[in-house]
Design a protein around this ligand. Sequence first.
Ligand code: NAD
Length: 511
Amino acid sequence: YLIEDPKYSFLKELGLEKKNPGVFHGKWTASGETIQSYSPASGKVIAEVQAGTPADYEQCAAAAQAAWHSWAEIPAPARGEVVRQIGDALREKLQPLGQLVSLEMGKILPEAIGEVVEYIHVCDLALGLSRTLPGSIIPSERPGHVLLEKWNPLGVIGIITAFNFPVAVFGWNSAIAMICGDASVWKPSETTSLVAVAVTKIVESVLQKNNIPTAIASLCVGGKTIGEQLVKDERMKLVSFTGSTAVGQQVGVEVQRRFGRHLLELGGNNAIIVNEDANLDLLLSAALFACAGTAGQRCTTTRRLLIHKKVYSQVVSRLTKAFAGVVSKIGDPLLPETLIGPLHTPAAVENYKRTVAEVVKAGGKIEFGGKVIEREGYFVEPTIVTGLPHDSPLVKSECFAPIVYCIEVPDLDTGIQYNNEVEQGLSSSLFTENLGDVFKWIGPHGSDCGIVNVNIPTNGAEVGGAFGGEKATGGGRECGSDSWKNYMRRSTVTINYSGAIKLAQNIKFGD
Ligand code: NAD
């Protein structure tokens, strides 16, 4: 167990033990199977987490529901103060929590710390929002009437998260939901359960200090069975689901069946269009991070480069050189010199191998990479593919690994057409110096994605904007802008102080 190695003393700083209960509903418990948490960089066991059973989940949902009532009665600015303190508690644990994310998920330390910083930023955003949550007053057509909108909390929400952002995605949901007055039950990815336990302990400590019932931030570690139970649970007024499109589609249908609300953040198949006038130095620097960074395990990773024919050969050859330059920097994600860590699981490595084999079978050329790296852990080479048609089924699907397809395009219009022809609609970027093309790109006939960038990578969003995508990415929006509306219900209120009944549209009914 790595937790016994003094090199990983940060695990103890987070209150983790060799065996950790993975269920929290005001107290820590669990009676399900034991999950061994592995470091993808070495394949070694870090520590164990005991998952929840359906009965444990039931206790989480009941406790969150019971705790919700008093939380909803606290004024929003006071809830904001609690969230501010959560941000401060995260600041105190920034290093150890970042180190744990790096160890358990496998992303490099600066990105892992960045993920915790993202949660802190959302706490800041939520704090401001807690004092400015709007509600409108609308002119009424009837004299002596007031027409207004009142927003109230939803109640308890369920949060199901993916392995690749084990802190930030929970933070995006939790911080905003908390200031909105909701309680939550979190079902994290079973392969990042130590992170979930550590984060929940941080939130618990702040709630406890403020005498808030801690079950408002309940946790139930588990797999598909617990996820399905949560999705079907009528008490979960909103199910916020982050994960693959295949699972998300089932989740959406199940939640709709009971007329619950869902917020879906699903897979992406993101493209960068390289215009003929693009600044290629900018592009190369952005593309290296966007295609190979995080070992291709971001929902916003660039999977397709749609390159104008005039610069195609130059871009492919320069990108190949750039990829060659980072191969020596693949390794232990906790080391400062590392730029690319491992894939998350052996299954992800198999998926990468299978995709590379299919690329070759389909007539694609591996310009760079294509191999599993022979060392302990789950490492693969970042890979550049050319020679596949834009509409090949391989190009149109999301393989969650560092594989990028380079495709030649004759002009911007064709680039936009290819950008939009995949089923997913998460992120996109155009590299150009042409102002007219920028406005075409962001206009009605431009990118159909939720995130439409210019001269920056497809990945690495800030918290102030609404995050999410269209089409098979699920349509959900989280984090900034008006995403808070997902976590509240709106009442349209008409108050009559005129002393007489007047019908709208001046309808006369009887006398
Ligand atoms: P996944 O779909 O395998 O799992 C996601 C979560 O769903 C896990 O917690 C899992 O236990 C749970 N789950 C599995 N089956 C379920 C079921 N039937 N009912 C309810 N829950 C169930 O995804 P993953 O491999 O963890 O993550 C990678 C995927 O997530 C990629 O497709 C990536 O693009 C996507 N992702 C999207 C965003 C976004 O914001 N759009 C962010 C991160 C990841």
